[in-house]
Design a protein around this ligand. Structure first.
Ligand code: SF4
Ligand code: URA
Length: 187
C-alpha cells in the first residue's frame, strides 16, 4: 500500500486522543498527494465530521469560490486540517489533542513536499508558522520554515462573520497563485 494510503488508514481508525471516541469520521485530507500547494485548516466541523472530507460546509464552499476565482482546481492541490477529528460542538482543540494529532500532518507534508503551505486562519498559523502570529497584520506575508514557503490567510469562517475582510482575502489568493506560477507549481 502507498505510504499516504497507509497513513489515511491509521487516521481513520485512530484513538490516540479522546476525540477518536466522539467523532463520526476522521478527516484525513483530500486532493493530489503530489500537490505543489497545500492548505491547512484547523479542525473538522459538522459537515466534515459527517462526510470525512475537509472544507465542505459553509466555510468550505466559500473557500471553493476563492479557488475558482484564481483558477485553482481542488483536485490539483491538497487540503487538510491540523486536527483530524471534530471537537464536540466545535470547541477549540486542547493542546494535548493537537500534540497527539500533529504527527499525521507532519507525515502528510513530508510525503507531499508542497512548494507552498497556506494556513487557513489564525489558529493554524499560530501552530504552524509562529506562536505569536497576528493574522490581521501578517496575513499574506511569506515565511520560510523547515525549508517550506508558508503564508496564512483569513479563515473562510472569519470572512463569513466579517465580509469586510473579503477584499484582503482576494488579494492574498491572487498573490499565492502568482507565487505558485512563479515556482512552476501545479494548479
Ligand atoms: Fe487520532 Fe487526531 Fe483523531 Fe485524536 S484527533 S483520535 S489523534 S486522528
Ligand atoms: N474549518 C476548518 O478549519 N476545517 C474544515 O475542514 C472545516 C472548517
Amino acid at each position: 500500500m502507498e505510504a499516504m494510503e497507509l497513513l489515511a488508514q491509521q487516521c481513520a481508525d485512530c484513538k490516540k486522543c479522546p476525540l477518536g471516541a466522539t467523532r463520526t469520521k476522521s478527516v484525513f485530507g483530500t486532493g493530489n498527494p503530489d500537490a505543489d500547494l497545500m492548505f491547512v485548516g484547523e479542525a473538522p466541523g459538522e459537515q466534515e465530521d459527517l462526510t470525512g472530507v475537509p472544507f465542505v460546509g459553509r466555510a468550505g464552499q466559500l473557500l471553493d469560490k476563492y479557488l475558482f476565482a484564481v483558477d485553482i482546481q481542488r483536485k490539483n492541490i491538497y487540503i487538510a486540517n491540523f486536527l483530524k477529528c471534530r471537537p464536540p460542538e466545535n470547541r477549540d482543540p486542547k493542546p494535548e489533542e493537537e500534540d497527539a494529532c500533529i504527527g499525521y500532518l507532519r507525515e502528510q507534508v513530508k510525503l507531499i513536499r508542497p512548494k507552498i503551505i497556506v494556513c487557513l486562519g489564525r489558529i493554524s498559523a499560530m501552530r504552524l508558522i509562529k506562536e505569536d502570529f497576528k493574522i490581521t497584520k501578517e496575513h499574506g506575508r511569506w515565511f520560510e520554515k523547515n525549508g517550506y514557503l508558508m503564508t496564512a490567510v483569513y479563515h473562510p469562517a472569519a470572512l463569513l462573520r466579517d465580509p469586510r475582510k473579503k477584499e484582503d482575502m482576494m488579494q492574498d489568493m491572487k498573490r499565492i497563485k502568482a507565487k505558485l506560477e512563479e515556482l512552476g507549481g501545479k494548479f
